[in-house]
Design a protein around this ligand. Structure first.
Ligand SMILES: Cc1ncc(COP(=O)(O)O)c(C=O)c1O
Length: 432
């Protein structure tokens, strides 16, 4: 990692004052060379008397994001109309561009949302499919995917089919997962709806390899029968290094308020060219002026679809929406690879420590290729709610996976120290 504590504080103050932009950050990063994860931890106002290991739920804002929110809030409170009129479009586009840079794609393919849930809902419930078409998903996907697809099916008659990706998550392999998907794709399957990192078990699926299977299937299909690939990407976004094209998906939805440490209530949905062709906007947008002008002039709306059109309109908590660039800048400044390595390192220390405790069963695969920052486990003879509540009494913030299997999750991130990870494991040992 190449970041200094002083450098980070100087950066956050300078960004807050609007003095610096990405070129400065890039230069500063190139010049510094001292690892300092404590400096990262100190960017958060998290209460110091607890070990916070639930990044996967909702973030605390780091200093640069807090300061940006505060700056926009002050300006909006002073003059909401003029600040919006004079800055709104540019600030919104800056957020879209920051997301596009992170994903390595064109901003015209990015919809700005308020969460993963909104992104998945906007995309899956708006697919231009009908009776005779099938969407393939899995038993292991989350409520958000299952219910967006259920709404689609109820409205359009599309068939939703679920499969299981593995027999035993602890023993599974990339091959098993990829083979199961390959075997289950049928001529009528038009959409594959998966989740990058499962919040039930912490399994990370081999997305790029699955995208290869989708490409193989499409090679033999006509253009209007292509199979598309949608991904709930939230628990890989901000942790893993692959961009949109490296993953090879058509739809990528993520909240920015978890691992990216972005403003609460922000999210993105990235959509490929053919994905845009298969979806229709649901909520009137304020981000594509051609749509509004056409309405105003009582003309036809220009053909086609794009990310801005897929972005729900209406007035929003703009101070949050416009502070997204600072989250992406902080991420770039700390370093994409460094974040991935650090998160994997902490998760693997935790998995090792938990696995050595009698009565504790870690369900997350040990293999870093099949896991990310989520560590899921259970304790023999104790319900998950009881484990989480006993951990809270020991000042460790864990969570119960909201799935029928309901495992306990600890999710170390770059804002945790190795000592905190060891403290969490020691607390589990006490109650096991
Ligand atoms: C896999 C998965 N998708 C979506 C969500 C919901 O995310 P958001 O709060 O961004 O809608 C969660 C839970 O936090 C999740 O675990």
């Amino acid at each position: 990692m190449s970041i200094t504590r002083r450098g980070l504080f100087a950066m956050s103050a300078a960004i807050g004052a609007g003095l610096v932009g990405p070129p400065w950050l890039a230069r500063a990063r190139a010049q510094s060379g001292l690892a300092d994860w404590i400096a990262v931890r100190e960017l958060f106002d998290l209460s110091p008397d607890r070990v916070h290991m639930s990044t996967m739920l909702l973030t605390s804002h780091p200093a640069p994001v807090r300061e940006a929110i505060e700056k926009h809030r002050r300006n909006l409170d002073a003059d909401p109309v003029e600040y919006l009129e004079e800055n709104g479009d540019a600030l919104t586009e800056a957020s879209r561009s920051a997301a596009a840079d992170y994903l390595g794609m064109n901003p015209a393919h990015i919809a700005l949302t308020d969460s993963t849930t909104m992104g998945i809902g906007l995309i899956y419930s708006a697919l231009d499919l009908g009776p005779g078409d099938e969407v393939l998903t899995t038993d292991e996907d989350y409520y958000v995917t299952h219910h967006a697809l259920r709404h689609l099916s109820e409205r359009t008659g599309v068939t939703i089919r679920r499969i299981s990706l593995f027999d035993d998550v602890r023993e599974t392999t990339r091959q098993e997962i990829v083979d199961r998907i390959r075997a289950e794709i049928r001529p009528e399957t038009r959409m594959l709806a998966l989740t990058w990192v499962h919040s039930s078990t912490g399994l990370k699926i081999p997305v790029a390899e699955i995208a290869g299977v989708v490409r193989e299937a499409n090679a033999a299909r006509d253009e209007d029968e292509q199979l598309l690939f949608g991904l709930d990407a939230v628990h890989g976004f901000g942790v893993e290094t692959e961009n949109f094209f490296e993953l090879g998906v058509d739809f990528y939805a993520a909240g920015c308020h978890k691992w990216l440490f972005g403003p609460r209530g922000t999210g993105i949905a990235a959509i490929s060219e053919r994905g845009l062709a298969l979806t229709r906007p649901t909520i009137p947008t304020f981000d594509d002026s051609t749509v509004f002008s056409a309405w105003y002039r009582e003309e036809d709306i220009p053909a086609g679809n794009n990310g801005p059109r897929m972005t729900p309109g209406g007035f929003k908590p703009f101070e949050h929406c416009w502070s997204l660039p600072e989250a992406f800048e902080l991420h770039a400044r700390i370093g994409r690879e460094d974040i991935a390595i650090r998160t994997h390192e902490l998760a693997s220390v935790l998995k090792e420590a938990l696995s050595s405790i009698d009565g504790v069963k870690v369900h997350t695969p040990r293999d870093a290729e099949l896991s990310s920052g989520i560590v899921a486990f259970d304790v023999e003879g104790l319900g998950s709610e009881a484990v989480v509540s006993r951990l809270r009494k020991r000042s460790i913030v864990a969570s119960v996976a909201p799935y029928p299997s309901a495992l306990v999750r600890l999710t170390p991130s770059i804002r945790n120290t190795q000592e905190e990870v060891e403290q969490a494991a020691a607390a589990v040992r006490e109650i096991a």
